[in-house]
Write a protein that binds this ligand. Sequence first.
Ligand SMILES: Nc1nc2c(ncn2[C@@H]2O[C@H](COP(=O)(O)OP(=O)(O)OP(=O)(O)O)[C@@H](O)[C@H]2O)c(=O)[nH]1
Ligand SMILES: [Mg+2]
Length: 405
Amino acid sequence: MIGIVLPGVNDDEVNNHLNELKMLAKTASVKTLGMVTQRLQKINPAFYIGKGKALQVIDQAKIIGANLIIFDDELSPAQVKNYHKLAKKISVIDRSALILDIFKMRAKTREAKTQVELALCQYLLPRLAGQWTHLERQRGGVGTRAGMGETQIEIDRRLVRDKISKLKLDLTKIESERKTQSQKRDNEYRVALVGYTNAGKSTLFNSLTGNKVYVENQLFATLDTTVRKLKLNNKHQVLLSDTVGFVRKLPHNLVASFKSTLKEMLESDHILIVLDANSSIINEHIDTIMEVLSDLGADKISKSFILNKIDLVDDELTLKNLKSEYNEGLFISALHHLKLADIRDHLIKKIESDFKTFNVRVTYEQGKILSQIQCQAEIIDTNYGDKYIDLKVRGREKSINKLLT
Ligand SMILES: Nc1nc2c(ncn2[C@@H]2O[C@H](COP(=O)(O)OP(=O)(O)OP(=O)(O)O)[C@@H](O)[C@H]2O)c(=O)[nH]1
Ligand SMILES: [Mg+2]
């Protein structure tokens, strides 16, 4: 595995990133044999690192018996192509390719499979062209049939493009099914658990709802969205969702193709950002999360921080510092069910802060609406007139408007 230390970045950061890359590799069943870092003033367009260093790394890889070299940074199609020539039997890939591979392994549902396949094709398309341009030049050089490479590139590109169109079409269909489900949930208060992979979102989801979604000490255990009703007290309930986690440098087209999975999150009324309090790079995790959220268009949704795995923070000073840094955060342990009531209380406050008081007039024939209002809001005052019933109610604007239209 190769990490690059550019000016302004410190060694610790790069080591943290490489350790995460190691976890990613492990998730993809790849055993890590060694890590190399290089200080660079700037990126070499041909090999990312210097050519001398590249040759040295390939030699070292051969000696220790590695058959794969993984860069923590994204390689351009040209760089991948150059390594293909230089490293021969040893494959050279980047973090994006590794993440795509893991997603492909993990995808279970039809939706996740289609989304990953789409992201893979999009990742492949420019790289495919690079490979063939190179072959074409080689063939031209030794005087084989001119234009053959060109034809082949066109065929391959067309195949991949056709596949991309088909996958997009499939996704549109899956999305429209999801839309119908989602409209049914329109008058409920929706809360989404969002966060870095392995932060404990699914564990928290299970602890709160008594559900059993898949939990594992591995990256990207969850690749789809699960929604469950969560009763907060006898007056309030929310729909809670658990979804796919984020990671540093999540390939852009992967985020884009997972948009329909993340739709539940985008339509939520509130986002709970779950953080691993025991990580030494929480701030970096927050940056990644915020970047992806803003990429997806979730800037306007209200958010709060949950600092999970507090049972693992055994140093008093660290805990004190965390509490002062995230003074509005909720400190919990999802695994040990510590302070989960704080989350419930927090959500109740959130819901009630969205409440407004309305004057509503219904006719005596609209008895059904009356009972529905009773279910969803608090009736403060009732006045029975000759023709109408005038009510003063307190509740969510969205739900009440929906009932009256
Ligand atoms: N010690 C401790 N471990 C926890 C806590 N919450 C979760 N874990 C562990 O952290 C690991 C990851 O938990 P998950 O719930 O799968 O994490 P996730 O955020 O859903 O991860 P992805 O689905 O991969 O994005 C598991 O091994 C959990 O047992 C906690 O409060 N304390
Ligand atoms: Mg999960």
